[in-house]
Design a protein around this ligand. Structure first.
Ligand code: IDP
Ligand code: MG
Length: 139
C-alpha cells in the first residue's frame, strides 16, 4: 500500500476549507493515517521546498507557508501519490481543471490551497520531515 504526504496550505486553513478537502480524499477511498494542525518553522519550510531554492518565487513561498497554520497529513491507498496529484489539479489554478481541488478552490498559483508529494522518494522524505513513525496510525 502506497503512502503520500498532503498538506492543506495556510490560505485554505484560513478560509475554512480543511474539511471539504479531507472529504474529497476520503470519498475517493484513501485513508488518513496521520494529521495535525501546525505552524511550520522557516527551517522546516526550507527543507520541505529545498528543490525550489533560488527560484524567483522561493522567498515568497517560504513566507507564505510559515504565515499561519497548515494541516499536515499522511494518506494511504492504491496509487495514492499519482491519484492525489490528479485530484489536486495543476499547480497553477488557472490551468487546473474544474473538479480538482485547485480548480475548484483556488485562483492564484501562490495561493493554491494544497501540497501533495510528487514521487515515492519525495513522499517518504516529506512524511519523515513532518511526522514521527509512531504518529502514523495503522500504517
Ligand atoms: P506543486 O505544489 O504542484 O508540486 P511545485 O512546482 O513543486 O508545484 O511548486 C511548489 C509550490 O510553489 C507551488 O504549489 C506554488 O505554491 C509555488 N509556485 C510554483 N510555481 C510558482 C510560480 O510560478 N509563482 C509563484 N508560486 C509558485
Ligand atoms: Mg512540488
Amino acid at each position: 500500500m502506497e503512502r503520500t504526504f498532503l498538506m492543506v496550505k495556510p490560505d485554505a486553513v484560513q478560509r475554512g476549507l480543511i474539511g471539504q478537502i479531507i472529504s474529497r480524499f476520503e470519498s475517493k477511498g484513501f485513508k488518513m493515517i496521520a494529521g495535525k494542525l501546525m505552524i511550520i518553522s522557516k527551517e522546516l519550510a526550507e527543507k520541505h521546498y529545498q528543490e525550489h531554492k533560488g527560484k524567483p518565487f522561493y522567498e515568497d513561498l517560504i513566507e507564505f507557508m510559515t504565515s499561519g497554520p497548515v494541516f499536515a497529513m499522511v494518506w494511504e491507498g492504491d496509487n495514492v501519490i499519482r491519484l492525489s496529484r490528479l485530484m489536486m489539479g495543476s499547480t497553477d489554478p488557472e490551468k487546473a481543471q474544474p473538479g480538482t481541488v485547485r480548480g475548484d478552490f483556488a485562483t492564484l498559483v501562490n495561493r493554491n490551497v494544497i501540497h501533495g508529494s510528487d514521487s515515492p522518494e519525495n513522499a517518504e522524505r516529506e512524511i519523515r520531515l513532518f511526522f514521527e513513525e509512531r504518529e502514523l496510525i495503522g500504517g
